[in-house]
Design a protein around this ligand. Structure first.
Ligand SMILES: C[S@@+](CC[C@H](N)C(=O)[O-])C[C@H]1O[C@@H](n2cnc3c(N)ncnc32)[C@H](O)[C@@H]1O
Ligand SMILES: Nc1nc2[nH]cc(C(=O)O)c2c(=O)[nH]1
Ligand code: SF4
Ligand SMILES: [Mg+2]
Length: 281
């Protein structure tokens, strides 16, 4: 059964073929150091759900967005696995887009009961009322849109593609069919405002070069108009685009300079520096 890319209460199937109604599709669950943002360096358990409502061309978690994987775990099993990392006080819920799954609220409640600090990594398009200690919001810029030239599947041989929802026709000729949906859905000012007003937050923008800056400034101006809470320069983080050390080598110096020029915070991608693009890091 394909993982949903919309916002519904879902029924999933475990690896053993059992139906789950109080679970989540889990792509990976691992212990690492928070690599990004204001908590970089903090030992944390990462819970990565599968499925996303956007398709960024650069997504470093391809198997949760472009090619979502399907095994589900029930909440009890997820919590037990988190608790098995007995030194961790922090849990990072990420994806894919975790907020598409209503059951994430139940997971966050269970984690709050157990005293964990929770960070939710989200693209900011969906608001849910949940016990979130840090909303790590990464609104997606125009430069993330998967135009036909940037569609990652154009490099993947057709026979090894597995997305059952992929339309036939144009999609088979190199993609681009997600561009319009991505462009329409990537910014939701109301959801962003609700997130910022409800939670401690950081706004973490993926930046390639200075061409991204006007859009960041425009969005910040709109958000500052709309939100009843202040957004300070150090709430805004610029993160260099790059899923590999090689790519970060090309982007990080310019992005660091932009952070200084504009009075925003720079965030490294510590996990990429340490472990490159290895899974479960
Ligand atoms: C895989 S996303 C999952 C959470 C959510 N869907 C989101 O985009 O915020 C986790 C983080 O990785 C960032 N990210 C994804 N691909 C990246 C890349 N190639 N370079 C830099 N950051 C990237 C996202 O912007 C987000 O902050
Ligand atoms: N170490 C590590 N830190 C991270 N911070 C946010 C991540 C994510 O994918 O959401 C991430 C990740 O994938 N690994
Ligand atoms: S929103 Fe997040 S998970 Fe979805 S495609 Fe973009 S970076 Fe990947
Ligand atoms: Mg990551």
């Amino acid at each position: 059964m394909p993982v949903s890319d919309s916002v519904d209460r879902e029924v999933g199937t475990t690896a053993d073929g059992e139906d789950v109604t109080d679970g989540l599709p889990i792509n990976e669950l691992f212990y690492s150091l928070q690599g990004e943002g204001t908590l970089a360096g903090v030992p944390s358990v990462f819970v990565r759900t599968s499925g996303c409502n956007l398709r960024c061309w650069f997504c470093d978690s391809y198997h949760t967005s472009w090619e979502p994987t399907h095994a589900w775990l029930d909440l009890e099993a997820i919590v037990a696995e988190i608790e098995s990392y007995d030194r961790a006080e922090h849990v990072v819920l990420t994806g894919g887009e975790p907020m598409i799954h209503e059951t994430c609220v139940d997971l966050l409640e269970a984690l709050e009961e157990r005293g964990y600090h929770t960070t939710v990594e989200t693209n900011g398009t969906i608001f849910r009322d949940a016990p979130i200690d840090l909303a790590s919001i990464s609104p997606k810029l125009e430069s993330s849109t998967p135009t036909p030239e940037r569609d990652p599947r154009s490099e993947i041989p057709e026979e090894s593609r597995s997305d059952e929802r992929r339309p036939t026709g144009a999609a088979n000729q190199g993609g681009g069919e997600w561009a319009e949906r991505h462009e329409n859905d990537r910014i939701d000012l109301e959801a962003l405002t609700d997130l910022i007003e409800s939670y401690d937050f950081q706004l973490k923008f993926v930046v390639t070069d200075e061409e991204d800056m006007p859009e960041i400034l425009e969005l910040l101006a709109d958000l500052r108009d709309a939100a009843a809470v202040p957004i300070r320069g150090d709430d805004v983080l610029l993160m260099p685009e790059g899923a590999t050390r090689e790519r970060l080598e090309e982007t990080r110096a310019e992005v660091a300079q932009l952070a200084m020029d504009y009075g925003f915070r720079y965030t490294p991608r510590l996990h990429v520096d340490l472990w490159n693009d290895a899974p479960e890091t």
